[in-house]
Design a protein around this ligand. Structure first.
Ligand code: SAM
Length: 226
């Protein structure tokens, strides 16, 4: 798989490669029990989960990172494998998926990484997490306007929320109000092609403080987005 990483400009050491090998085996082993991914063919997993996650590194430097709705660990675990300096918190609503994430962390021997079983809209009210992170990431969790209300409250002033999206032209237009209301501004947008599929990275900078009334909870983020 070294060549595949190279095709996307990713240099990978033998140690990191063996971590991805283990991760792939665990995904397959636990998939039936925990329903983690619809993609199981090896090259596809490497492309659509591992490489897709790693490409976000362009927008992420060292510091603390919280990943919302991690599922099987994307994008945060591949980001952590590539950059061991990142201090990572994975947040996931489903207990079974959290069990899987802990198996991956222990099997790969990853340090400074932890799992929280909870919902973003509830944990964001906790002062131990609110406005505390240099980065927040999320992939395939909700539309951008809803997602901003889940994610931006976790980011400290001067930090960034990086959304991993497909074709996001409409979502971006639709999300501009939420970004502003929650104290952010669009910093960079990168569109690229991943094996024929359009992908978009949206980097939002936190320039203010999020009003305590957000996230609103009771499903309002989804039912009535900002
Ligand atoms: N991010 C992973 C990926 O890209 O493969 C998983 C995507 S999966 C479609 C969405 C995940 O987000 C699910 O595991 C779900 O349990 C979790 N999720 C959805 N809403 C959430 C919330 N409000 N707080 C925490 N987790 C949430």
């Amino acid at each position: 798989m070294t060549e595949l990483f190279k095709d996307y400009g990713i240099e990978i050491t033998d140690d990191k490669l063996s971590k991805f090998e283990k991760y792939y085996k665990l995904l397959i082993e636990y998939n039936n029990k925990f329903n983690i991914t619809a993609i199981t063919e090896k090259k596809e997993v490497y492309l659509k989960h591992f490489i897709d996650s790693i490409l976000g590194l362009e927008f992420i430097e060292n510091g603390s990172l919280i990943d919302i709705g991690s599922g099987g660990g994307f994008p945060a675990i591949p980001l952590k494998i590539l950059n061991e300096e990142l201090d990572v918190t994975l947040m996931e609503a489903t207990g079974k998926k959290c069990e899987f994430l802990n198996v991956v962390i222990n099997s790969l021997g990853l340090k400074n990484i932890r799992v929280i079983n909870g919902r973003a809209e509830e944990i964001a009210k906790d002062d131990n997490y609110r406005e505390k992170f240099a980065y927040c990431t999320a992939r395939a969790v909700a539309r951008l306007n809803t997602l901003c209300e889940y994610c931006i409250p976790f980011v400290k002033k001067g930090g960034y929320f990086v959304a991993f999206k497909g074709d996001a032209t409409d979502e971006l237009k639709e999300g501009l109000n939420a970004i502003k209301v929650l104290g952010g501004e669009v910093d960079k947008v990168k569109e690229y092609d991943l094996d024929g599929a359009k992908r978009t990275l949206i980097k939002i900078k936190k320039i203010g403080v999020t009003d305590k009334k957000y996230p609103r909870g009771q499903g309002k983020e989804r039912k009535n987005p900002l």
